[in-house]
Design a protein around this ligand. Sequence first.
Ligand SMILES: NC(=O)C1=CN([C@@H]2O[C@H](COP(=O)(O)OP(=O)(O)OC[C@H]3O[C@@H](n4cnc5c(N)ncnc54)[C@H](O)[C@@H]3O)[C@@H](O)[C@H]2O)C=CC1
Ligand SMILES: O=C(O)C(=O)Cc1ccc(O)cc1
Length: 376
Amino acid sequence: MAAGSVKRQQGGRTVKKNILVIGLGLIGGSLAKALMRHGDAVIFGYDADALTVRKAYKMGIIHHAALSLEEAAAEADFIILATPVGAAKKLLQQSQYWKLKDDVIISDTGSTKMEIMEAAANLKYIFIGGHPMAGSHKSGVEAAKEVLFENAFYILTPGRLAGDAHIEKMKELLSVTKAKIQVLTAKEHDHMTSIVSHFPHLIAASLVHQLDREQEYPFTKQLAAGGFRDITRIASSDPTMWRDITTQNNGMITAQLKLWIEEMTKLKNLLEVNEEEPIRQYFEKAKSVRDQLPIAGHGAMYSIFDLYVDIPDVPGIISELTGYLAEAQISIVNLRILETREDVFGILVISFQTAEDREKAKQCITERTVYDVYIS
Ligand SMILES: NC(=O)C1=CN([C@@H]2O[C@H](COP(=O)(O)OP(=O)(O)OC[C@H]3O[C@@H](n4cnc5c(N)ncnc54)[C@H](O)[C@@H]3O)[C@@H](O)[C@H]2O)C=CC1
Ligand SMILES: O=C(O)C(=O)Cc1ccc(O)cc1
């Protein structure tokens, strides 16, 4: 499985592009898997963790395991850094000393863009920052999914040397992900993601800390169901990844924290006065803004398509349903049970990457079971 030589164009034959993915976790692995669909790409994978590279090769996510980073980089037409953003910055600094093809395009998948673009600013190569706006709280190559980026936004932040033709090349490469490509400046990106992704992560983590502080009734944790679990799911994400995001986009996130403190002060005043109508209006406004957000698949940042199934509380029910879906070759992104009282039916929420998969699953479950199936 050593890095092999790659076919190049000879007398009008198809050019195979060498793509080097550095960091083969959830995002790098998913990207490599999707890029495998690209008929003209040969995927090389590298990871600081040798076991991860071996797994990626065995899983068929990459064509070749790059044993030497610099050698694989020297042969690459595209290099994609999919490591945590702290490591990506260091790799960009190191890459100044690598001998690369003159027309190589370097990109990344990091959740932050301003510091990454700064680290790439002095490179003599084309750099186009990237951020696929889809993922999960899981990490590692085992969680990689070919369809992870379908219908999600994929932000590109072109560097100083990147012209329209380079951006088009990058878009062409990424077209296999079926993501919606959007070009932004790094500042626009970091501002927007601080609001809809980075700061919400801190809120989720802080809610979990608040629960952990509860001493009086230890049973409280057992009651942490439905809403609490939904709102704090992302607190289960990789701490190193979020450390790096928080330190790199620190200014924007701190600005959001200040606004949050203002919002909480407003809320505190509202609660101290404790009048019914202003409190109702506070929830009314939030509901109206939330209900008008673009729906998944039509402009939302993360496209997850949920299907609800009313199931009885009997052993084996979940494996029965997932078995039907597996037989029909429908991929599931996530499964959870909306916790209800033990004596009533539960609601199984099955998440899919695409609306088509959800529709197929709805038909499959309706045909094969007597359970009620509905969307939202
Ligand atoms: N997890 C998510 O939902 C999303 C993450 N991102 C961004 O994508 C990047 C990767 O995230 P994940 O795939 O979730 O992380 P991950 O933890 O699943 O994978 C990261 C991989 O990078 C490897 N790595 C770390 N340092 C390295 C180095 N110096 N050289 C080579 N390999 C190295 C690790 O061994 C690991 O296999 C991060 O920058 C993150 O901010 C972007 C969108 C969504
Ligand atoms: O799991 C979720 O809902 C996420 O928010 C995943 C995620 C994490 C980091 C990103 O930069 C983009 C998406």
